[in-house]
Design a protein around this ligand. Structure first.
Ligand SMILES: CC(C)(COP(=O)(O)OP(=O)(O)OC[C@H]1O[C@@H](n2cnc3c(N)ncnc32)[C@H](O)[C@@H]1OP(=O)(O)O)[C@@H](O)C(=O)NCCC(=O)NCCS
Length: 161
């Protein structure tokens, strides 16, 4: 297996049109619809990085910063920001673009953990990632901190069952 892959190799861009079934009575998009788009682009990004099938292990650090309206275009971008033995952290940002003005507004950011799996659904090793941009380098550096925070939250979640 290739040991390390640059972040740019798996960077993924998707464009979606906000349609009425994805919006509420005020014409703004449901958070769940945005999450479905984010989950999909994170899966494609992680599959491109690992060359394997992937499952979503967690979605965290989700920030709904502003809403998108019916008729707006959502521009999504996914990039692998860190890797473990079998897991990949994927950063996704969604921007809303007005068709009339072309103006873009940051709508949502999220970090997902995707795990590569083999034919039996068992976690399987992935290549490391080499961050390229300043933003990717910053997120790469803080990966360990996020992993520890995530483990604490997962412990707490188990207590809720
Ligand atoms: C994610 C999954 C494959 C992990 O399987 P597991 O038997 O717990 O495997 P492991 O303990 O060996 O963990 C494998 C990797 O997943 C990571 N992981 C497991 N649970 C996690 C969680 N809740 N959040 C973040 N990472 C997690 C581990 O840290 C490990 O990463 P590493 O190999 O890079 O160190 C398994 O729990 C699963 O299949 N979950 C369902 C996934 C799914 O169907 N998602 C769709 C929505 S329901």
């Amino acid at each position: 297996m290739i040991e390390q892959i640059t972040a740019g190799r798996s960077r993924t861009i998707q464009t979606k049109l906000v349609l009425p079934p994805d919006t509420n009575h005020m014409g703004t998009i449901f958070g769940g619809a945005v999450l479905a788009y984010i989950d999909e682009i994170a899966a494609v990004t992680a599959m491109k990085h690992s060359g394997k099938a992937v499952v979503t292990a967690s979605i965290d650090t989700v920030n709904f910063l502003s809403s998108a309206r019916v008729g707006n275009v959502l521009l999504l971008e996914g990039v692998v920001i860190s890797t473990g033995r079998t897991s990949m952290e994927v950063y996704v940002k969604a921007e809303c673009q007005s068709i009339e003005s072309g103006e873009k507004t940051l709508t949502t950011t999220a970090i997902l953990t995707m795990v590569a799996v083999d034919e039996a659904g068992k976690p399987t090793p992935v290549p490391g990632v080499v961050p390229e941009t300043e933003h990717e380098k910053k997120l790469f550096k803080s990966a360990q901190e996020r992993k520890q925070r995530r483990m604490k939250i997962n412990e707490y979640a188990k207590e809720l069952v």
